[in-house]
Design a protein around this ligand. Sequence first.
Ligand code: TXA
Ligand code: MG
Length: 323
Amino acid sequence: MTAAAGDIEKAAGVLRAGGLVAFPTETVYGLGADASDPAAVSRIYQAKGRPSTHPLIVHLAGAEHLDGWVEKLPGPARLLAQHFWPGPLTLVLRRGPRVSSATTGGLETVGVRVPDHPVALALLSAFGGGAAAPSANRFGSVSPTTAGHVRAELGDAVDFVLDGGPCQVGVESTIVDATSDTLSVLRPGGVPREDLEAVLGSSLEVPSVSPIRVPGQHPSHYAPRARVVLVEPGRVAAEAERARKLGHQVGVFLPPSLDGAVPEARAVVAVPASPAEYARGLYGFLRELDRAGCDLIVASLPEEKGLGLAIANRLRRAAGPRG
Ligand code: TXA
Ligand code: MG
C-alpha cells in the first residue's frame, strides 16, 4: 500500500515547518521531526512523554545522504550499510554537525538508518533532510505497527499521519554500535545477528536483558497494560489455569508446540511457528489481549536465534518490573 503523492508532499511540508509526521517503516511506525531542528525534536519528546536524554534515530533516504549527519563511515559500518540498507539496521556512529543535540540526547554519537519502506523513502526524499523518529507510541508502551495504532495512542499530538498499511517486519531495527573497532549489538531487531556476523566474518557481542532492576535503566518497555508472565512452553497451560483460579483475566500466547491444548482463558493468541510471522504480529497480539480486557498475559520465549532473539528481548522487557 502506498500513500498518495499529495500526502507525501503535505507531510514533507509539515516536517519543513517544524511539525510532527507519523510515517510507516518496515519495522514499526515512526514519529518524525526535522532532526536538525531542536524545537521540532522537542515536540517529539513531549508527544511521547519520553525523557529528553533518550537519543533518537535519524532516518535518511539513502547512504549517499550521510554527509553532515555522521563524522565518518568506518569500514565495517560501510560494509553493513551496503548489505542491509535500506533495511532494519541502525548504525550508531560519531555525530556530524547537521544533527541537533536535541536528537542525540546530548551524546557525541548518532543512530542513523535508511528504512525499507516506499512511503518512508518517498517522504525522506521529498523532505530532503533527516527525520529524527522514535517509534510512534507513548513512552514505555507497545510500538505501533498500523496507522490506526498511532492515531489511537497519539491522536492530536501528531500533525499528520501517513498510512502505509501494516508494517512487514514488526519489531524495531537492530542497533549496532559502530563507534569503535569492536562492533556490538545494542538492541536485537529486524536484522538477525547471524546475518550481520556472516557479512562481517566475526562474532558480535549481544548484551542480555537483566531481570534485576537497575537504577536509570527501564527494563519495562514495549509493555502492554496487562502484566506479562514468562514460563517454559510446557508450563503455559498450567500457569494460565493457576492465574485464572486466582481471579485474573488471563490472556495466553499459546506456543506452536501446544497447538490443540487451548487453556480456558479470557483470550488466546496462537503464536505463529514462523519467527518472521511472529515478529510481524507480536505488538498487535499484545494490543489485542489488552483490548480483550486481560490483566495478565502468560507467554513463553521462542528459541533465541534469528528473529527469535528480538522477539525474546521484547517479551523480556514487556515482562520487566514496572515504573
Ligand atoms: O525500527 C526502529 O528503529 C524504529 C523505527 C521508527 O525506525 N525506531 C525506534 O526508535 O525504535 P526508538 O526511539 O523507539 O528506539 C531507538 C533506540 C533507543 O533505545 C535509543 O536509546 C537508541 O535507539 N539510540 C539512538 N541513538 C543512539 C546513540 N547515539 N547511542 C546509543 N543508542 C542510541
Ligand atoms: Mg520505541
